[in-house]
Design a protein around this ligand. Structure first.
Ligand SMILES: [Cu+2]
Length: 498
């Protein structure tokens, strides 16, 4: 029920009239929000190109009742002081059944409406039919787009493969066989220095420095994007729920459904995976926002807590709690980016298979927040990672308060960072991926080379991680869409209890 609908009401005309225009009563925008106790509320009104703030509309208040079909009823009342003042209409509708074989299912409410109170020459007791058709979720890429330079860079094959492989290598390392580890090492894609790798999900994840890798690598990404697009700003706080439409002065029709860019997309069903499906629902509840997200945010901004943890522990805890949960709360169901109109936009509820390297997935509209190949193409990623990055300075201030002068600032490869001291900062060279030691930038010093972003090599490394066991030698098979992986959701941001 959540979302924006096109509402259409029709006369109950019993004779054939041959002209559908004569059946029209009203076409308007219906917006609905659903609470956890099945109350619905919202607006019904005509949406101007740009609201002046004095438009009439009706406010909607009602209930959803479970059943087959689902029943929905509401009363709409005209806005006081407007030309709809005093209007009262009552509605009963049903969510029409879905066809199992429908290729492009769309939610529709069909029902009946009555004028409960007369207004003007319109008598009470008139009855009309209506149906409402659900609009697509207004994606952040449309309502709060990133600068073209950012999209071009982040949607490139190099950056997509780098982000996917960087996360995949450290997330999967602890569970890889010796052969797979050797194969990744031979490609230079082990997470961290060879033989002292830093797995992000191993038993020592809070103390091995992987959390510093997480904060450092994303600090560079955030800096790169802000240099290209200064409007890519942080969430200063985890966004509170807001109503997805507004009739306030200046509100543009193009923002209806996602007024501030932070609107929550609906959950979806992941076939064969009831746990993930339930998690997607749970994540979107306001009660989960207040219990989980707010509790984490309070902890990770509390100087008393921040003064007690190493940067590595903080990074790892943030990564696998609020960070992963923010990714999945704001993720909207992935859709096929295939330019062929027959395929384009079809639901892909399990997302891109991790070894499907078809060029269609490079399309800028493939910006699914739930996997690392695509999340950083989504505008929400930069708000979310801005929030994560701001915790680094909170941590530094808390450390300064508790033990002034102990943590020393320094730059590493052009990134503002901290000197390793084996207690509060564990790693002196955070891991970003393999580097070309022969072609370093002199100004970065320290003999650090450029990051190696060779796509065929990165595809081989991803095939090691997500593909079948290598045979005897660390010899790699060519990657490609034909190489089916059994790990359909391996690259999703995970639920890790902490
Ligand atoms: Cu990332």
């Amino acid at each position: 029920m959540r979302g924006v609908w096109v509402y259409r009401s029709l006369f109950n005309e019993p004779e054939t009239i041959g002209d559908f225009n004569r059946l029209e009563v009203w076409e308007a925008e219906l917006s609905l929000e659903l609470t956890e106790d099945n109350r619905i509320y919202g607006f019904l009104g005509e949406r101007p190109e740009e609201a002046k703030g004095d438009e009439p509309y009706l406010t909607v208040d009602g209930r959803v009742e479970d059943g087959d079909p689902i029943r929905v009823s509401w009363r709409a009342k005209g806005k006081p002081g407007s030309e709809y003042d005093g209007w009262i209409y009552d509605y009963v509708g049903y969510l029409v059944p879905a066809w199992a074989d429908a290729t492009r299912p769309r939610a529709v409410i069909a029902g009946t409406v009555t004028r409960t109170v007369a207004h003007g020459k319109a008598p009470a007791g008139s009855v009309f039919s209506f149906y409402a058709v659900k609009k697509d979720f207004l994606e952040p890429r449309i309502c709060i787009p990133l600068a073209k330079a950012v999209i071009d860079m982040m949607a490139s094959a190099e950056h997509r493969h780098h982000h996917a492989l960087w996360h995949g290598s450290r997330d999967e390392w602890a569970g890889l066989s010796a052969k797979k580890r050797a194969a990744l090492q031979s490609l230079g894609w082990q997470p961290g220095p060879k033989d002292t790798e830093r797995a992000s999900l191993g038993p020592d994840r809070l103390t091995n420095g992987s959390g510093e890798d997480f904060l450092f690598m994303h600090r560079r990404m955030v800096g790169t994007v802000r240099a290209l697009d200064p409007s890519a700003r942080s969430w200063s706080r985890v966004p509170q729920p807001t109503f997805p439409v507004s009739f306030d002065a200046g509100t543009k029709a193009t923002s209806a459904g996602n007024v501030d860019g932070n609107a929550l997309p609906n959950a979806w069903v992941v076939p064969g995976d009831p746990n993930t499906t339930a998690w997607l629902v749970e994540l979107r509840k306001t009660s989960t926002l207040y219990s989980r997200f707010t509790a984490w945010e309070t902890l990770y901004t509390d100087p008393r807590y921040l003064a007690t943890v190493s940067l590595a522990e903080l990074g790892s805890r943030i990564e696998f709690t609020i960070h992963n949960w923010m990714h999945m709360r704001w993720a909207s169901m992935p859709r096929d980016p295939n330019p062929d109109p027959a395929e384009h936009g079809l639901p892909v509820p399990v997302g891109r298979p991790p070894l499907d390297f078809d060029s269609k997935w490079l399309s800028p509209e493939y910006d699914y927040l739930g996997e690392t190949f695509s999340s950083h193409v989504n505008p929400i990623f930069w708000r979310l990672h801005g929030w994560v990055d701001d915790r680094i300075e909170d941590w530094f201030r808390a450390q300064e308060g508790a033990r002034p002068g102990v943590i020393k600032r320094m730059q590493i490869d052009g990134i503002d960072w901290f000197e390793a001291d084996k207690r509060w900062v564990l790693v002196d060279e955070p891991w970003e991926g393999p580097r070309d030691l022969h072609h370093g930038h002199a100004e970065h010093g320290g003999g650090h080379g450029d990051l190696l972003l060779d796509v065929p090599t990165m595809q081989k490394a991803l095939s090691v991680i997500y593909g079948p066991e290598p045979r005897t030698e660390p010899e790699i098979t060519a990657a490609g869409p034909a190489m089916a992986s059994s790990r359909a959701t391996a690259t999703w941001f995970k639920r890790v209890e902490d």
